[in-house]
Design a protein around this ligand. Structure first.
Ligand SMILES: NC(=O)C1=CN([C@@H]2O[C@H](COP(=O)(O)OP(=O)(O)OC[C@H]3O[C@@H](n4cnc5c(N)ncnc54)[C@H](O)[C@@H]3O)[C@@H](O)[C@H]2O)C=CC1
Ligand SMILES: CC(C)=CCC[C@@H](C)[C@H]1CC[C@H]2C3=C(CC[C@]12C)[C@@]1(C)CCC(=O)C[C@@H]1CC3
Length: 343
């Protein structure tokens, strides 16, 4: 899309106050779009942005933000590492249906959903997985369960006059990441990152946030009547699968922490995670506990899960803008507050 074509076009980023959302906002502004943000919380101020505070589950909150909007980016979610079944279903399922209703009522024609490559993951190895893989029959957590339902809702809404597409990133990291890097450092500081889970040879995709943003904007600019991307899902990765524990080690050593050297059997850690999950369930009426090591996170740490992005390359001309080594360095440099000062 030419620069002149973008002028006057309004993009709405639902969840634009979050990690990925704010990076999408910044890139849209750089490319000359007018940008609205819709979020529960105002996490930043920018005179170029019109910020709407509200709950995406309420159509009356959404409609004012949708006036004259060219495309909606929906990247809102409750925190993926929480375990609130009701909230996940409310926001990711009911909320997404509400966004679609509001789009149609406001005359918005385009919706780009941030889905997740994890919609096909159920704790077993996925090696160079394509978008044709079936959805997970037994999702490992409520987050994944609702991301599957959410993607189905959005892709099924695609029609001759309402164009939808789902972007499936995997393992997003980068500046202002609230999940990956802070959790890794917190786990290391707690002395729980001394061991690799499994043999340390499981290969995984980690995707730099700027590449995820690039995939989203490419999709929005290809989302036209008759386009082959309409109603489809696309993996967006760095296209550089890496040993999971090599990636974490680069992040940890880059921030001055020791990388795990020894190995623990995968099955042993997984059984401990299951026992922890049962204990947390029994304690729920007394105290909400969110352990870092859950069956899901342990599986992610001990199995292969990397995906082919050939469909995005072929259909949208996607190409990662930042390679993994540069991305890791940019990320480490962006977290001075997480650096190990005790060495
Ligand atoms: N972080 C990762 O590694 C991956 C994330 N994703 C997807 O990327 C998207 C963005 O994720 P992150 O930026 O990491 O999450 P985040 O937690 O940083 O941002 C989510 C935003 O959604 C907003 N939100 C939540 N409920 C809302 C509601 N009811 N109304 C309005 N706003 C609401 C939050 O306030 C927050 O600003 C999500 O859809 C997630 O499923 C997909 C693959 C990997
Ligand atoms: C074992 C351990 C404590 C590792 C520290 C890193 C983890 C916090 C991340 C490693 C893989 C990440 C991941 C996600 C969240 C953070 C990790 C578990 C997601 C679940 C985030 C939301 C998604 O859509 C899928 C991601 C898969 C990878």
């Amino acid at each position: 899309m030419e620069a002149t074509d973008r002028q006057g076009k309004i993009c709405l980023v639902v969840g634009g106050g979050g990690f990925l959302g704010r990076h999408i906002v910044e890139k849209l502004l750089d490319r000359g779009y007018e940008v609205h943000v819709f979020d529960l919380r105002e996490t930043f101020k920018d005179d170029r942005v019109t910020y709407f505070l509200g709950d995406l589950c309420k159509k009356e909150d959404l409609l004012p933000a949708m006036k004259d909007v060219f495309v909606v980016f929906h990247c809102a979610t409750p925190s993926p590492l929480s375990n609130n079944k009701e909230l996940f279903h409310k926001v990711n399922c009911h909320g997404t249906k509400t966004i679609i209703e509001a789009c149609k009522e406001a005359g918005v024609k385009r919706l780009v959903l941030t889905s997740s490559a994890s919609v096909v993951y159920e704790g077993k190895d996925v090696e160079n997985g394509t978008e044709d893989l079936p959805y997970a029959c037994k999702p490992m957590d409520y987050y994944t369960e609702t991301k599957i339902l959410q993607e189905k809702i959005v892709l099924e809404a695609n029609s001759d006059d309402f164009f939808t597409v789902a972007i499936r990133p995997h393992g997003i990291f980068g500046p202002r990441d609230p999940h990956m890097v802070p959790t890794t450092v917190r786990t290391a500081k707690a002395g729980k990152m001394k061991f690799k889970i499994g043999d340390g040879k499981n290969i995984v995709d980690f995707t730099f946030v700027e590449n995820v943003v690039h995939g989203h904007i490419l999709a929005a600019e290809h989302l036209e009547p008759g386009s082959k991307i309409c109603g489809k899902a696309y993996h967006i990765t760095n296209d550089e699968p890496i040993f999971f524990w090599d990636f974490l080690s680069k992040i940890l050593t880059g921030l001055g922490y020791n990388a795990p050297k020894k190995n623990l059997p995968f099955w042993l850690v997984y059984i401990i995670a299951v026992i922890l999950q049962v204990i947390c369930f029994l304690l729920k009426p007394i105290k909400q506990i969110h352990p870092t090591f859950t069956p899901m996170t342990v599986s992610l740490a001990g199995t292969h899960h990397y995906y082919s992005c050939q469909r995005a390359i072929a259909d949208m001309g996607y190409k990662p803008l930042v390679n993994l080594d540069d991305a890791i360095q940019k990320t480490v440099d962006s977290f001075p507050e997480l650096r190990n000062t005790s060495k």
